[in-house]
Design a protein. Sequence first.
Length: 184
Amino acid sequence: MARLIYSAIASLDGYVADERGHFDRLAPDEEVHAFANDLERTVGTHLYGRRMYEVMVAWETMETAGEPDVVRDFAELWWAADKVVYSRTLKAVASERTRIEREFDPETVRQMKAITERDISIGGPELAGQALAAGLVDECHLLLVPLLLGGGTRALPDAVRLRLELLDERRFASGVVHLHYGIL
């Protein structure tokens, strides 16, 4: 049975993007990027909302020659995974191994978890919030960047109450902290 994993890089005050939707100040350095790549190695399928997919699809055609090893490594992980995009408005996908679903259906995701051998990641805080509210998420990885954005897109949903168990933690030279939680 696959685990459903939500991972996010967020500011210390809990935002994945500022009020204008910019997330460049949260970009990982090579050490954090390599660690995030290692988290992705167990993933066989990514579930994305439309906005997250529109950000991530750049990896489909990104020229990686001359890029650091961590960039090439992530691109290969992304190309190898299946992707499901939840969108009512997206007309077509721009990446291989990708399909569109018009509605997020918790029961379909439960079935996917039951029959899939490799883990499933869920990307984008809005979609992850729906999965957290439905009790589907098994683990959460938060990479907290030592800065305050003061507002924007929250990494975790409001009005969802869950008990978490700290499974692991790690501190990076840049001051980024990784917190790995299991959902109880």
